[in-house]
Design a protein around this ligand. Structure first.
Ligand code: GUN
Length: 309
């Protein structure tokens, strides 16, 4: 029996609808909407799409999102100065610097920029202060994609307590915070990575399997215990037709979409996993809409905390 599809678009819309009265109440109380500053350096095509979606969705939710562009050739100091200005502005409650930064800004640019963000406005949850608060299960701003996954599991009625959870990927922005959130909800958690031995075997122990590695169709059916919940965090643009044809059956509408656009966004999970899993998130329409919804939720939380009387 094919897996139940976990509808991230519906869950994201529900979260945004729940935020609306809080946005309206805050706006009425302080005379301005919550403010989100988004910094985009350069013109990475993926980032352009993400940022456009964030701006539009924030506006629809009554949040005033402001885009500040920095030239691709600019030194990292210009991003740091932009962040400092946003830190100082009273009408800005949340700050997001879109990743990746242009390579020319240096290997340590991302770290320097994250360190410059006021933790009270860190709506990505990437600063060491917020990451540390999460380790200790104390209130703070939590990275949007992993907190969105928890929301989706909860709203889908999937029990986390006592479950065996396996996360493939150990990034600071998804894998590690995902592991901590699942641990705090009393799952038994394993983090896997590129040096893990017998990765499919470890993954097969999971009741909840989270794939966050950035490799299209990497997680094949042999990674999945029958009936497991599979969360696909991958958003991988693929333009190699032979690969796309190998992954999807000839009648799949995804092949028609590839033919139209010459590119296709593919998750980290192979489409055939849907025949083994009990429940699975689609790409697109799974985790992605939750990430944006949680960004807005973090912005509202940051605004409420800053403007508490
Ligand atoms: N680039 C891809 N995903 C993200 C994200 O969640 N936050 C930021 N700042 N950049 C990203």
């Amino acid at each position: 029996m094919p897996a139940r599809i976990l509808d991230g678009a519906a869950a994201g819309a529900a979260i945004r609808a729940e935020l609306k009265p809080r946005v309206d109440a805050l706006h009425a109380r302080v005379g301005r909407p919550p403010g989100l500053g988004i910094v985009l350096a350069g013109h990475d095509p993926g980032s352009e799409i993400y940022v456009r979606n964030k701006l539009r969705t924030a506006g629809d939710a009554g949040i005033r999102a402001e885009l500040i562009r920095v030239a691709a050739e600019a030194p990292v100091g210009e991003v740091l100065a932009t962040v400092a200005a946003l830190n100082a502005r009273d009408d800005i409650d949340g700050i997001l610097v879109q990743s990746p930064l242009p390579a020319g800004m240096g290997d340590d640019a991302e770290t320097r920029v994250i360190d410059a963000i006021d933790p009270a406005k860190d709506v990505d949850g990437f600063t060491p202060v917020n990451a540390g608060l999460l380790v200790q299960n104390r209130p703070g701003l939590v990275a949007c994609t992993p907190s969105g996954v928890i929301e989706l599991l909860d709203r889908s009625g999937i029990e986390i307590k006592g479950a065996r959870a396996v996360i493939i990927g150990r990034s600071d922005i998804v894998g590690k915070p995902m592991a901590l959130l699942l641990l705090h909800r009393h799952a038994t958690v394993t983090i896997c990575h590129s040096r893990t031995q017998d990765l499919p075997g470890v993954a097969r122990t999971a009741d909840i399997l989270v794939a966050a590695i950035g490799k299209p169709a990497f997680v094949t059916p042999d990674f999945v215990k029958p009936g497991a919940v599979v969360i696909d965090v991958g958003i991988n643009p693929v333009s190699d037709e032979a690969r796309v044809r190998a992954w999807f059956p000839p009648e799949s509408p995804r092949l028609a979409a590839f033919a139209r656009h010459g590119t296709l966004t593919v998750g980290d999970v192979h489409p055939a996993v849907a025949e083994v899993a009990g429940a699975i998130t689609p790409v697109p329409g799974g985790v992605g809409p939750l990430t944006i919804a949680m960004l807005l939720a973090n912005t509202v939380r940051a605004a409420e905390a800053r403007l508490r009387t």
